[in-house]
Design a protein around this ligand. Structure first.
Ligand SMILES: Nc1nc2c(c(=O)[nH]1)N[C@H]1C(S)=C(S)[C@@H](COP(=O)(O)O)O[C@H]1N2
Ligand SMILES: [Mo]
Length: 317
């Protein structure tokens, strides 16, 4: 759970005495409803503003992480501009206070819920996942968040719910990318998953990374992470989730259907029309070290293969 209490975020390392840390922790635990279990996990404490409380998992154990400054300064977030360094520069344009998510469509429980209420009920954990962008670069990111399936189950989707549609924030007043007259994207950004994909245990909702609250440029306050699919499926700053019996429209597919499919599973044997998907550059790269590596089917997450049994993945790219 995110720590955004005035108490903790105003503390600096120098201010914090052990007693203060203890009290701040108590305060935070009570707020997050996590009890004392997180204390036992040996949290670094609240000396660091923004520190999150979560349990470690085995996902991605042993992987070499992409440095935090790269993860938070080389981004794709077109609402904040199309350049890789635009999102970090324009991060302040994204207003995340009092965030709510609307739940709609084929489910027993629908309505608009404060984010804090939705997160409060979840088991917060860290998962290290590879992120493979369709542009053939990749990173390894320690996300903090919770299972998408756990969240979706709360709303009791009906038997008509065959797909889940996700919608990002729409805020033309503040988000300069949504005001750009030359933007080819029809805002808001939309994405979708088949129900069984959404319910797969790897599908994740991130509210943080590197043990801290999710930075705006990475899709604060909550974004999807689907590690076996190209990065554009991992929609940021989600304001709406809708259960539907129809395959949802998705932003990049609408823009260039022959280049970006609905499924968008990482697949080294299906090239992008303008470049090969057979390999990728693992960031950070440099002139002397391009760190090129072979791309793996499903980005190496073979446990999802059964979801696509009998499907022609050349056709359903
Ligand atoms: N709303 C929204 N979500 C988005 C995007 C975007 O432009 N807008 N870009 C996507 C793409 S192409 C990628 S590769 C990932 C990048 O996530 P990161 O910046 O956290 O690495 O976010 C995805 N989610
Ligand atoms: Mo991407």
């Amino acid at each position: 759970m995110i720590i955004r209490t005035k108490n903790s975020s105003q503390l600096t390392e120098a201010d914090v005495t052990p007693e203060k840390i203890y009290k701040a922790r108590r305060h935070f635990m009570a707020q997050s409803g996590m009890g004392l279990s997180a204390l036992a996990l040996g949290l670094p404490g609240l000396a660091q503003a923004n520190a999150l409380s979560y349990s470690k998992t085995a996902y991605g154990k042993g992987e070499t992480l992409t440095p935090e400054d790269v993860v938070t300064s080389y981004n794709n977030f077109y609402e904040l501009g199309t350049g890789k360094d635009d999102p970090v520069k324009n991060a302040h344009q994204l207003k995340t206070d009092n965030w709510e998510i609307e739940i709609a469509g084929e489910a027993e429980k629908t309505g608009t819920f404060p984010l804090a209420e939705l997160v409060k009920q979840q088991q917060i954990e860290e998962r290290i996942y590879r992120l493979r962008c369709v542009e053939a670069w990749s990173m390894v990111i320690p996300w903090v968040g919770f299972s998408l399936a756990d969240m979706l189950k709360q709303f009791k989707p009906t038997s008509k719910a065959k797909y889940v549609e996700f919608t990002s924030i729409m805020d033309t007043k503040n988000l300069s990318g949504q005001r750009n007259r030359f933007s080819t994207i029809d805002w808001p950004y939309v994405e979708g998953l088949r129900m069984d994909e959404a319910m797969h245990s790897l599908s994740f909702m991130a509210t943080g990374l590197y043990g801290k609250t999710l930075p705006n440029q990475n899709g604060a306050p909550i974004r999807l992470v689907v590690p076996w699919k190209y990065g554009f499926k991992s929609i940021k700053s989600i304001v709406k989730i809708r259960f539907t019996d129809q395959q949802p429209k998705t932003t990049w597919n609408l823009l260039a259907p022959n280049e970006y499919g609905f499924f968008a599973n990482v697949n080294p044997t299906v090239d992008h029309p303008r470049w090969s998907q057979g390999s990728e550059r693992r960031l950070p790269t440099s002139f002397f070290n391009v760190r090129r590596m072979k791309t793996q089917m499903f980005n190496g997450y073979e446990e999802v293969a059964s979801l696509y049994k009998g499907m022609d993945l050349q056709k359903f790219y």
